[in-house]
Design a protein around this ligand. Structure first.
Ligand code: WTA
Length: 697
């Protein structure tokens, strides 16, 4: 399946340095290991597992699974019976066995330049233990779910690993989600505790996180399921009096009085967040840790105990709680990190994702820490205070491996090469992308301008569900084709199916599926195993269905062509059309809504919404703003529609199904609609063209 020979590309395979020390230095080596990983998974993963600490060895079968719904329930069990603790592997082992106590785990870089700090492995371990004891003192036990809604601060890593240390299951909700989204996720995963922060800045904009958290908690009360406690970190509030009931000051940052320091730089003194305080529910992070011991025995967990839940959009509109378990995820995140970025001990690695997404889980927290790596943890934006920020940070910390999203690359590309070339970037060795297909133009810019043709680009295809990279180049081994995620990672067996579920061979295009599990694949949808089976295994029995389209070229390279379900990818974030539609129809003026993706030069796709109004309602700018706000409040700013069009009628089949294919063409002003024979009333089409949003040319 992996070709014997790969074509000679005009792309360089990384610098000579990379090849000399690389874990997988050649394509031949990759192929040899790949075959072994697929044919002898026990030997392949068993060898890698030796690098971790196991309290007890596995009993029973090493890798036991059923991937075929026609043969019974889907299950995946990896190293069942073995017990370990991920936090112990990520921290204690690095501190006590690998001599990395004083190695920097994170260079934290705040939103404001100059606001930064470092944390070593030893310090991280102490802080995690302290907070683990806090969680225990609040009654959190093994298996309990804890919701985390925090900005990109070191304490977010502390909170998640503290959960892991005591066997609790974290459910992190990206801090850009709305109160309603947070409430929905808290209720679905039945969290008893919420951890949040007072607020944070995204560029110039203050996000009052505690206000949003409180709103979410009120919604939980309204639904009859109150959350018992909410722990709040003071991230921006500087003095105790500012937060009634939270009287311990936060620990000093390296830039203790940010406002003063920046007075010369930032014109106005920044307001601090509003922090309402409910003494029955709210607890102060700093007060709690001040009395907590920094030693905490880890809770030994079975390989298949739940590790975390992370929500991802589902085509029904209700997010799915993707559940990952302990050992398989740990091994997979650690191994993909090591091999895909060709991690070396002196690397400084930087992944720009937010920990609220899977990329941040696997490639800021779990993968890098499992390898004893030093990472940059960045709170800010690529464009703040200016569009050179990323490259300034690369030089500041001498970043060697850099991982970002195509949307960020396209955004920065607009400003040309000067802002990049202001900084030297000589430290960079490997560049990575994730989240959506990267267009060749952006790939070339990333390769030529950012990496100055020295750095291979690893275009990593994967999903929240896959736990880690599944199709990806290895930087010293794989000849690259711009825009292709190239070949499968170890243990992963892709196939391309046609509509009838037949496997296609050779060059072909169709549904991307996987034929057997790998250790990091999700185990279930939390609380709804049936939905797990229906979503991923029903359409083509015997396969895991990704929901992505894929092409295999004549050289055997895989090219992701994008989602082929009702999902949209806006700036690398998946949204379901149903989710946005249901937010729109909640507005009293809207009778029906249909949402499609429209190509966008920076975001990849933007939301174009068609709304049919109720009788007597008028479409105007005020309504348009209200509808945008409605979606933002319901889901979060990432889901804000770019266009809302008045659609007195929607194109439907005779059976009443909305023909989104036509709406996509109308949104793009494409006149060739293809086959319209199934359209019930063709008169709506002209009207839809006439009503197109003027700015959407
Ligand atoms: C898309 C993000 C093309 C894809 C890690 C997938 C990509 C969805 C790539 C998962 C890539 C991710 N090339 N498409 N390199 N990486 N995708 O769950 O559609 O947020 O199904 O996980 O992003 O998004 P998720």
């Amino acid at each position: 399946m992996i070709p014997d020979k790969v074509p000679e590309q005009d792309v360089i395979l990384g610098s000579g340095d990379l090849k000399k020390d690389a874990h997988i230095p050649t394509f031949e080596k990759y192929k040899e290991l790949y075959v072994n990983s697929v044919e002898n998974p026990e030997e392949f993963w068993g060898t890698l597992a030796k690098d971790f600490f196991w309290k007890t060895k596995h009993t029973g079968q090493f890798f036991n699974y059923n991937f075929d719904v026609t043969k019974g329930e889907i299950f995946i069990k990896f190293m069942e019976g073995a017990s370990t603790n991920i936090c112990y592997n990520l921290l204690d082992r690095n501190v006590y066995e690998k001599n990395l106590a004083d190695k920097i785990a994170f260079f934290w870089e705040g939103n404001e330049p100059g606001d930064d700090l470092t944390v070593t492995y030893k310090e991280l371990l102490q802080r995690v233990c302290q907070f683990a004891n806090v969680l225990k003192s609040q009654g959190v036990q093994k298996g309990d779910r804890v919701s985390i809604y925090m900005p990109m601060v070191v304490e977010l890593v502390v909170a998640m690993l503290a959960c892991v240390r005591i066997g609790a299951v974290h459910s992190i909700v990206f801090a850009g989600f709305s109160a309603e989204s947070l409430c929905e996720r808290i209720l679905d995963s039945q969290c008893s505790l919420l951890i949040t922060a007072d607020g944070f800045y995204r560029g110039d904009k203050l996000i009052n996180l505690k206000l949003l958290a409180d709103e979410a908690l009120q919604k939980c009360i309204d639904k009859g399921v109150p959350v018992k406690k909410c722990i709040m970190l003071k991230h921006l509030s500087k003095v105790p009096e500012e937060t009634a009931g939270c009287n311990s000051p936060p620990p000093k940052r390296s830039c203790p009085d940010l406002q003063e320091k920046q007075a010369g730089k930032v014109k106005k003194i920044r307001p601090v967040p509003q922090v309402p305080w409910n003494p029955d529910v709210d607890l102060c992070w700093h007060t709690l840790i001040s009395g907590a011991s920094d030693e905490c025995e880890p809770e030994w967990c079975d390989s298949e105990d739940p590790l975390f839940i992370l929500y991802t959009s589902g085509s029904t509109g209700k997010p799915k709680g993707v559940l990952h378990t302990v050992s398989g995820y740990m091994l997979y995140a650690a191994t993909t990190f090591k091999l895909v970025f060709d991690y070396q001990p002196d690397d400084v690695y930087w992944c720009t994702a937010d920990i609220g997404w899977i990329t941040g889980h696997s490639y800021i927290t779990y993968g890098p820490l499992a390898n004893g790596a030093t990472s940059v943890l960045f709170e800010g934006l690529p464009t703040y205070p200016d569009v050179s920020r990323m490259w300034e940070i690369v030089d500041k910390y001498s970043v060697t491996k850099f991982y970002t999203a195509p949307t960020a690359i396209r955004l920065l590309m607009k400003f040309g090469s000067d802002p990049v070339q202001k900084y030297n970037r000589k430290s960079l060795k490997v560049l990575g992308t994730v989240g959506e297909p990267i267009n060749p133009e952006a790939w070339q810019w990333y390769y030529n301008v950012v990496g100055e043709k020295r750095c291979p680009i690893v275009d990593t295809f994967w999903q929240t569900e896959t736990g880690g990279h599944v199709l990806t180049p290895l930087p010293a081994a794989t000849p690259l084709k711009p825009g292709s995620a190239t070949f499968p990672f170890f243990g992963v067996v892709p196939a391309i199916l046609n509509e009838s579920g037949e496997e296609l061979t050779g060059p072909s295009e169709g549904y991307l599926v996987f034929k057997q599990p790998w250790p990091g694949v999700m185990r279930t949808v939390y609380g709804n195993h049936q939905r797990f089976e229906t979503t991923y295994f029903k359409k083509f029995p015997g396969y895991y269905v990704t929901g992505d389209g894929c092409r295999r070229d004549e050289d055997g390279y895989y090219w992701i062509t994008g989602r082929i379900d009702d999902m949209l990818n806006v700036s690398g974030h998946l949204l379901s059309t149903a989710e946005v539609e249901s937010a729109l129809v909640e507005h009293k003026a809207v009778a029906e809504a249909a949402v499609v993706g429209r190509p966008h030069p920076v975001k990849g796709e933007s939301l174009y919404c068609f709304v049919t109004l109720n009788d007597g309602m008028t479409f105007n700018q005020k309504l348009e703003s209200e509808l945008k706000k409605k979606v933002r409040d319901k889901i979060g700013a990432i889901a804000t529609p770019d266009f809302i069009q008045n659609a007195p009628g929607l194109p439907k089949t005779r059976s009443g199904k909305i023909m989104r294919r036509l709406l996509r063409k109308i949104a793009c002003n494409e006149k060739d609609l293809g086959d319209v024979s199934t359209l019930a009333d063709s008169s709506v089409i002209d009207q839809l063209y006439q009503n197109r949003c003027c700015s959407a040319v």
